[in-house]
Design a binder for this molecule. Structure first.
Ligand code: GTP
Ligand code: MG
Length: 202
């Protein structure tokens, strides 16, 4: 897919303040600092679109970006940020749950997993929660440039095996590096396919 335009639209504190659900929407979620905002920028071909940071907890609201004037990319705040208080965490959980369960045009979400690590409980728990809520998702293993290809493959395999313990079918998965700009075409191709399905149903 060719990206002709990518524009920031709005940051919303809750799902009911989000823009009109007129277009197909794809949201990016995962542990704080995993690379959500960086990946959005690579997909959109604009390094300044979503705010990134070396310090976890940068993204705080539900951020909508309009791509090609026909679909939305959404940057969400991450989970597992140690410096948040209990009440802030609960606020995050509520905001995310309500957004994920009430947004009618949300086609799928991309759950980002740091490819440098073996399966982490926090990611598995979040994914199992998605299952309970019936939210469709795919997996994106990020920062593939930071370890060897063999290590990345091993961690991806371990993660998928862990999922097989509770999931009958595995979702699509992608491996990305924003440094090498790898994985971009595969994700955009997948979104293009889903956009076509969304329009066929609508
Ligand atoms: P929060 O908004 O805080 O939840 O973080 P985030 O998930 O949006 O992460 P962000 O995109 O801000 O990236 C966090 C850090 O990881 C930044 O320093 C990025 O430059 C770095 N980073 C992200 N993706 C990659 C990658 O593929 N490779 C490498 N080497 N660094 C990456
Ligand atoms: Mg971010």
């Amino acid at each position: 897919m060719v990206i002709k335009s990518a524009e920031y639209l709005i940051s919303s504190p809750s799902w009911d303040k989000c823009p009109k659900p007129a277009w197909p929407e794809y949201a990016f979620i995962g542990r704080s600092n995993v690379g959500k905002s960086s990946l959005i920028n690579i997909l959109a071909n604009n390094e300044k679109l979503a705010k990134t940071s070396g310090t976890p907890g940068k993204t705080q609201m539900i951020n909508h970006f309009v791509i090609n004037e026909s679909w939305y990319l959404v940057d969400l705040p991450g989970y597992g940020f140690a410096k948040r208080s209990m009440s802030q965490r609960r606020q995050w959980e509520q905001m995310i749950e309500q957004y994920l369960r009430n947004r009618p045009n949300l086609v799928t979400i991309f759950v980002l997993i740091d490819s440098r690590h073996e399966p982490q409980k926090i990611d598995i728990d979040f994914i199992n929660q998605l299952g309970e809520w019936n939210v469709p998702f795919s997996l994106v293993f990020t920062k593939a440039d930071k370890s060897t290809q063999a290590e990345v493959s091993r961690n991806v395999k371990m993660f998928l095996n862990k999922m097989r313990e509770t999931w009958e079918f595995l979702p699509p998965h992608f491996i990305t590096s924003t440094v090498k700009k790898s994985g971009r075409d595969a994700i955009l191709g997948y979104i293009e396919e889903l956009n076509a399905q969304f329009r066929a149903i609508a």
